[in-house]
Design a protein around this ligand. Structure first.
Ligand SMILES: Cc1ncc(C[n+]2csc(CCOP(=O)(O)OP(=O)(O)O)c2C)c(N)n1
Ligand code: SF4
Length: 337
């Protein structure tokens, strides 16, 4: 891979206005690192965001950037990519921005499979507006807008992406910079919409909410990192594994009737497996690990922008003499008097 830049080349001259200790800093730093490795020229990189603390990101990254309106970053980014498919377009959004007001826009960018890299910072709260619950907040959580405990079912971003026909879905945590950078690079390499969720800590309004999965000392026991062709194994001593038990997944302890060869081997091309892991964790969060890494990828994916270009070329060949004036005068026309 070509390395054209140093990390400092992607640091902007803007004063960072995130709270000290906010998880957003780690993600920004990983992005600055990742961009040194993509080989893309700075003038060909655009970072688009909506509204929220996370959406301040484009100011802090020294590339082209666009701080758009609440929830609409995927729509604006789609326009940018279709107008100039040579650009690397990154979308930065939060759980409130991308899944509440922007849920519709995120869904359609994904199902169309526009070649965008979406990074969703999931702190399970509205940070910028000072601590209201969001679509990913846990049931029962007490916030400024749920003083008696939220009665909403939380949305699981990776499952939303699976249901929206997204062709690349990954998940990681803000306390694992290597994994964030690696997954950003895999997102970038994917052709089509890539969706990377980062569990991010809001120190002010929802502190420690992901600690069970994000702290280094808990990660081995509480998460499983999936890899294509590798068995589902986890635990501080790699002593736990996941097996297929009829139509369900089950956690087992190695040496207690199960060996490594009995474990389920992950296949990133299987939506069924990705969904089973998500469902098993949802059903029994205490005992079933949270899956991290690339959960799903369609390696054959053809992005919308390529299909659009191909279709336009075909049509141009078929209709060489078409012109705008002729088009406007064609079909049913009315004269309004
Ligand atoms: C149309 C509109 N509705 C509501 C708001 C208020 N608002 C600003 S940011 C935000 C939520 C941001 O939450 P999230 O995306 O989770 O980002 P975070 O601040 O946590 O990074 C809301 C509701 C707005 N700016 N515009
Ligand atoms: S309010 Fe939360 S999400 Fe926003 S900058 Fe502060 S710590 Fe980060």
């Amino acid at each position: 891979m070509t390395t054209m830049y140093k990390k400092k080349d992607f640091v902007s001259d803007q004063e960072v206005r995130w709270c000290p200790g906010c998880g957003d800093y780690a993600i920004l730093s990983c992005m600055q690192n990742a961009l040194t490795k993509t080989g893309t020229k700075k003038e060909d990189i655009v970072c688009v965001s909506g509204i929220g603390c996370s959406s301040r990101f484009p100011y802090y990254l020294d590339t082209y950037g666009y701080h758009t309106i609440h929830g609409r970053a995927p729509a604006v980014a789609t326009g940018i990519k279709l107008a100039n498919p040579n650009l690397d377009v990154w979308v930065i959004t939060g759980d409130g921005d991308g899944l509440s007001i922007g849920g519709n826009h995120t869904l359609h960018a994904m199902r169309r499979n526009v070649d965008l890299n979406i990074i969703l910072f999931n702190n399970e709260i509205y940070g910028l507006t000072k601590g209201q619950f969001s679509p990913t907040s846990d049931k029962g959580v007490k916030t400024k807008t749920s003083p008696f405990g939220s009665i909403d079912n939380p949305l699981i971003p990776a499952q939303f992406a699976l249901g929206s026909a997204c062709t690349f879905i990954a998940r990681t945590v803000d306390k694992d910079p290597k994994s964030i950078t690696d997954l950003m690079l895999l997102s970038h390499a994917h052709k089509g919409t890539s969706f990377l969720e980062v569990l991010q800590n809001c120190v002010i309004f929802n502190d420690k909410t992901h600690d069970e999965f994000t702290l280094r000392q808990n990660r081995a026991a509480r998460t499983v990192t999936v890899e294509d062709g590798k068995p589902l194994i986890f635990g501080a001593e790699n002593e736990k594994g996941i097996v297929l038990d009829r139509l369900d997944l089950k956690v087992v302890t190695l040496g207690q009737g199960f060996e490594e060869k009995d474990l389920l081997v992950y296949d990133t091309s299987s939506k069924v497996l990705a969904n089973m892991l998500i469902e098993a964790h949802k059903k029994d969060e205490e005992n079933f690990p949270l899956a991290l890494g690339v959960l799903y990828q369609d390696k054959e994916s053809i992005p919308y922008n390529e299909l659009m270009k191909g279709q336009a070329e075909q049509v141009k060949k078929r209709l060489p003499e078409a012109n705008m004036d002729k088009l406007l005068q064609s079909g049913d026309t009315w004269e309004i008097k």
